[in-house]
Design a protein around this ligand. Sequence first.
Ligand SMILES: Nc1ncnc2c1ncn2[C@@H]1O[C@H](COP(=O)(O)OP(=O)(O)OP(=O)(O)O)[C@@H](O)[C@H]1O
Length: 645
Amino acid sequence: MDQINILIGTPGRLLQHMDENPLFKCDNLQILVLDEADRCLDMGFEATMNAIIENLPPERQTLLFSATQTKSVKDLARLSLSFPTYVAPHEQAATVTPESLQQSYIVCEIDEKVGILWSFIRNHLKQKVLVFMATCKQVKYTYDLFCKLRPGVSLLALYGSLHQEKREKIYNEFCRKSNVVLFATDLASRGLDFPKVNWVIQMDCPEDVDTYIHRAGRTARGVFGKGEGLLMLLPHEEKIVEDLKNRKIPINKISVDPSKVIAPQRKIEALLSDNTELKQTAQRAFVNYLKSVFLMKNKDIFNVQLIDTDAYARSLGLIVPPRIRFLHKYNKNISPNQEKNEQDNVVKKITNSNNYDEGSEVTSAEEEESKVINNMPKPRTEKLTKKIPQFEFDNNDDSDIEDFLKVKKTNTVIETPQTKEFEQTSKKKAKPLTKAAVAKKILKKKIKVNTTVKFTEDGEVIADDKRDLKSELAKQLNNESVGGLDIEKAKEALQEEDKFDKIRFREKVKAKHKEQKRKLKNKTKEEDGEKDDFGSQSESDGPDLSWLPNPDKVYGKKESDEQSSSDGKSDDSKQSSDNQHSDDSDNSDNEIYHRPTKRKLIESRGIPQDSIAPRKIKKIQDVSAKLSVQEAEALAMSLLNKKYM
Ligand SMILES: Nc1ncnc2c1ncn2[C@@H]1O[C@H](COP(=O)(O)OP(=O)(O)OP(=O)(O)O)[C@@H](O)[C@H]1O
């Protein structure tokens, strides 16, 4: 780190190295360059920049760059500049922005913005467009929504809450592609050099003139760069144009042909009703936009009270406008006097500077305020179309959207009784639906929230042993319809339930053990069965113990056996004779114990088992062979008769 010649970094990262890296030394620093110097020196980076400057040697050259350079002595004094030189290459130029940048603005209602943007994109499919919005949430929502609506061109979104790697990927993708739309926050308004951007759309009014210049500067870059800029303003935001013109920015007012605006309102509403996540993003976009307007410094231009929030919510696809808590809180905290003053101010401003409400009569401040908020004079663009040149939606690219636009009717709604009914009911719902109201409704209907009931295919309820309450106390507590929760009672009920849970658990363990035992038993049985295959043929035959050594041989002969052994018979032959004459009483015990199976005996004598026929059958075969047919028949009959007598 101490060997490097050039270091490029953001203020935060640089300060982190200074604080945490022992190898990072700036004693020999010769040149400090601050790109986007006005931004670096403004309030947001003040503390960080002051800390960095403290760590740098005072003997150095300092270079500051920006398209909107600060001349504030206070700011420059912090850098300890001596003999500063101001270099402005375009100071004598007629305009501060490049001549090849064509700039225009439109005035529209807040609920028209989405439709205008959508129509613009649909008509510029073969162009590279950069759209600036006020907040991350708006960018995210517009991106998600338009992706679902499929405009027919690549869409990208760039905003601060994205991971750095993703930001870089999106940046590179936007640079690479030529037909693409990028939705972005002011994160992309400075320093990023996107090549060949055709259009910069400022969908929300920029914070100040500097922000406008930086945003617009993303197009018409370099020596031969060309581009166009479009600024969308709400009627009360039009005052910024004056500031722009005072700063030598050539900007012309144009209007939009309403017949060419296709607002996919129904589609958006349908999408949101199907997709809760998208709906939540829309709600966040709505609240965050209003918050950003509320927090703007320049209250002459930004006034959240003048925004038709219901219309804005509807344009985002939200049928029920989300609650704007910060605004409610703010309105509550304003004392009546303050409120009246504010109202007076709003009215004065509107009546003085706005030409749209020429016909309205001021009766009292309060009346006027409510007029301003609820019945804001609508400076519809149609009114202005006579004087102002129209915005050319049809561009020269090869897309066949021109025909499409001519054929398609805008906002065609087939009126069905259902839609009429819906509109009527939605009109009736003037009262906002609060969470408390919803909760009251649920309580009235006695619906138990957060309960799951499972049914069989026949519609019978399946009892859930885990969820069913067992103890009386818990049941009682559950049935109580009093709001709130008695912690002590709930604790006791839980303890009671715990007892039943333990019993259930014990039973479960017992059942498991039983099952294990049963399985083990079955296994051993199976193993025994396998042994039988190799030992005795059937259980009635008894175990095959022929393989055991002869106890006589091992323990010597018994007295009772002496006689039989003296007959000169071998052990094997004795065994076989024993089998043949099983009624021999002397050796009966040994016989039963040592009796091998018939199969074993036959095998031990070396006679093939197949060749042995049962003795009785053999005898009959022998006798019948010697008889004639008649004699054999007679014999058979007599045998049968004998058997059944
Ligand atoms: N002398 C030059 N000849 C040709 N092209 C140039 C020249 N100087 C700059 N450019 C091109 O102009 C574009 C803008 O340059 P650069 O990014 O340096 O501007 P910048 O003033 O830093 O802009 P910003 O700070 O607003 O992002 C770049 O694409 C660059 O290649």
